[in-house]
Design a binder for this molecule. Structure first.
Ligand code: CTP
Ligand code: CA
Length: 235
């Protein structure tokens, strides 16, 4: 069960958590980013540490409050900027991990060319096109080469009109990227990004709903970690 109960059920386990949102440079002064605050990822890191795990956080841009909370906890942290940086950091750390929690919002596309000078509007006229190329799907690669005994948790932030649509989108996602668990949450209309509370539907690889949580991001993290522990113990 979740809540402020002392547990040591991740003792001796290495947990890698990606948190925050990546930033893809366009030129020396501009980047493409997303609205992830890093709160949910940091909540996972703190919850895992409280349960005895050895935690490594791969931190893409974090808002001030989650960054402060993470710094105060003194967990091992690798700072990254771009999706490519995050992919390299995961590649370096996932081999030793029992659990990988992919909470970061990772850019799907990055500028095909990064200008080394500030782009001037006078050079572009009234319309500017930015060409983007696909990034590596880190979660896709992790679940594409599964490691026995390693649990991979994916996320799906979706603009769904209702719970049924959220579940349908999440089932689609886990069918394409068969993570051990997928944490789906609704975003848009003030929900999700930057908020302290979260609503989440957690799916197993089969698409079955294994938990539904509405509460603090820490409560969401602990409820998901309960499922992670159950899978580790079953494996
Ligand atoms: N993810 C990743 N690498 C990427 C993009 C996403 O590892 N280049 C991970 C995220 O960290 C998250 C999961 O994939 O755990 C789902 O991200 P999401 O953006 O919801 O799904 P996508 O598969 O990228 O699909 P789409 O954005 O089209 O909904
Ligand atoms: Ca995406």
């Amino acid at each position: 069960s979740s809540g402020a109960v002392a547990r040591n059920d991740l003792a001796g386990r290495r947990v890698v958590v990606t948190a925050g949102g990546t930033r893809e440079p366009i030129d020396p002064v501009r980047y493409l980013a997303n609205r992830s605050s890093g709160k949910q990822g940091v909540a996972f890191a703190l919850a895992a540490a409280a349960r005895g795990a050895d935690v490594t956080v791969i931190a893409a841009h974090l808002d001030h409050d989650p960054a402060s909370a993470l710094a105060a906890a003194g967990l091992e942290t690798i700072d990254v900027v771009t999706a490519a940086d995050l992919a390299r950091a995961v590649a370096r750390t996932a081999g030793a991990a029992s659990v990988v929690v992919m909470a970061a919002a990772v850019a799907d596309f990055t500028p095909a060319e990064v200008s080394d000078r500030k782009i001037k509007k006078s050079e572009r006229g009234e319309r500017m096109e930015l060409v983007l190329t696909r990034t590596t799907d880190v979660l896709g690669e992790l679940v594409g080469s599964p490691v026995a005994g390693r649990i991979v948790v994916g996320f799906a932030a979706e603009t769904a009109a209702n719970r049924d649509e959220l579940v349908a989108l999440a089932r689609d996602k886990i069918a394409r990227k068969p993570a051990d668990l997928l944490v789906a949450n609704p975003v848009g209309g003030g929900r999700g990004f930057g908020a302290d509370e979260n609503e989440a539907v957690v799916l197993a690889a089969s698409g079955e709903i294994v938990a539904e949580i509405s509460g603090s991001k820490r409560a969401v993290a602990d409820a998901v970690l309960d499922r992670v522990v159950a899978l580790l113990d079953a494996g």
